[in-house]
Design a protein around this ligand. Structure first.
Ligand SMILES: *Cc1c(COP(=O)(O)O)cnc(C)c1O
Length: 404
């Protein structure tokens, strides 16, 4: 066994690269939607590790799948394939529009694969001029240099030298802004079917269907980044299923592994064929441990009961947050879909989302923010109703203390 000497938040500043500013709280164990820190203080988890822990902490089915696989084989690399990867791919194909799957380790890597595939498809099918990628302001697609440049926050990709080229940004929910950019030189449109990091913004039906039509007109691929919206988060296995639009490529990560790192890119046979042998790859992608856990995640969440539960629990949040707002008048809007919920702070509290997050933490409930003025909730899809009520009670105390 490795030696477990004491560590604290100060250790972070000592030995970690300073790109994060983590909370003073260091969680050490979790069970369902409850988490305990080093001092054994209990928290209700409304954050879900940023929309990742879709079945809470230490869900017995996931623990079982991980333990079982951990005693069989951990890693073989992609020089060989493995049973959990093949089973998971089959299940994803059976459950979606896709015929083919590529596995990665994260959302960014899944999107990187999607973008490289789109560029290669366009080059092979139409020629080198068809390379433009259209994405959206405030969109988020990860932190590799390609994905962060496709993302819609200029500051995130600034300061790293020359950016990948031929990427343009339109405005979300504004079809005219897409029409102004798109042409036969457009290779793909990459879009979140609900902007997560950008502020919990749902697409209008007209916008999302219009994107599909524009892609068809200009022979461009429609890529849905479902890293945050997928794996049941919005009440369907994938968000596209409720939008009346089928993408050409879909990426999944976050909830797919329920806390174990994995990402996937899903597409059709006709598009997939352009990623020929040697064109792309990953050492860990499709790792047996990750795929065994993700298989258990898909088996567990892709059921009518769990998905209906997401919608019912979402209503409890909306009702609870509206009740808090009726008393304290802090929000201008409660928005989102399924268990991806944004409480938008009103004029008086602009820029104060972090204060609410910190006050909530002090009261024993973990939340997230999406930008400076939105409090975000992305709990487990199976959070017990009593934990929702208890967490909202604690959250109300935080709101009361901030507004006093
Ligand atoms: C979180 C997120 C990503 C990046 O995923 P990582 O696993 O952090 O690389 C990409 N797209 C969306 C929509 C996300 O929410």
């Amino acid at each position: 066994m490795s030696e477990h000497f004491p560590v604290s938040r100060d250790t972070f500043d000592e030995v970690m690269v300073p790109n994060y500013a983590p909370s003073a709280v260091i969680p050490v164990r979790g069970q369902g939607s409850r988490v305990w820190d080093q001092q054994d203080k209990e928290y209700i988890d409304f954050a879900g590790g940023i929309a990742v822990n879709c079945l809470g902490h230490c869900h017995p089915t996931l623990v079982g799948a991980l333990k079982e696989q951990s005693e069989k084989i951990w890693h073989v690399s992609n020089v060989m394939t493995n049973e959990p990867a093949l089973r998971l791919a089959k299940k994803l194909v059976d459950a979606t529009f896709a015929d083919k799957v590529y596995f990665a380790n994260s959302g960014a890597e899944s999107n990187e694969a999607a973008l490289k595939l789109a560029r290669r498809w366009a080059l092979n099918e139409f020629g080198a001029e068809k390379s433009q990628i259209i994405a959206f302001k405030q969109g988020f697609h990860g932190r590799t240099f390609f994905t962060v440049t496709v993302g819609g926050q200029e500051t995130y990709s600034a300061g790293f030298g020359p950016r990948p080229a031929d990427i343009d940004h339109a405005e979300y929910n504004n079809l005219d802004s897409v029409k102004a950019l798109i042409s036969d030189k457009t290779c793909a449109i990459m879009v979140e079917p609900l902007q997560g990091e950008g502020g919990i913004i749902s697409p209008t039906a007209e916008f999302i269907q219009g994107l599909r039509e524009l892609c068809n007109e200009h022979n461009a691929l429609l890529i849905f980044d479902e890293v945050q919206t997928g794996a049941g988060r919005l009440g369907e296995l994938y968000a596209y299923m409720d939008l009346g639009v089928i993408p050409d490529i879909l990426t999944s990560a976050k909830g797919l592994g329920g806390g174990f790192p994995i990402g996937a890119m899903l597409t059709t046979t006709a598009i997939a064929k352009h990623l020929t042998i040697g064109t792309h790859g990953s050492t860990y992608g499709g790792n047996p441990l990750a795929c065994a856990v993700a298989e258990a995640v898909i088996d567990t969440i892709n059921t009518p009961e769990i998905l209906a539960g997401v919608k019912a629990k979402a209503q409890l949040y909306t009702d609870g947050l509206n009740a808090i707002n009726a008393k304290y008048k802090v929000f201008s809007e409660i928005r989102g879909k399924g268990l991806l919920i944004g409480a938008v702070l009103n004029e008086q509290y602009q820029g104060k989302a972090v204060d609410f997050l910190n006050a909530a933490m002090a009261e024993g409930v973990m939340t997230l923010i999406a930008g400076a003025s939105i409090i975000r909730f992305a709990p487990s899809l199976v959070i017990p109703d009593k934990d929702i009520f208890e967490g909202l009670t604690r959250f109300e105390k935080a709101v009361a203390s901030l507004t006093a």
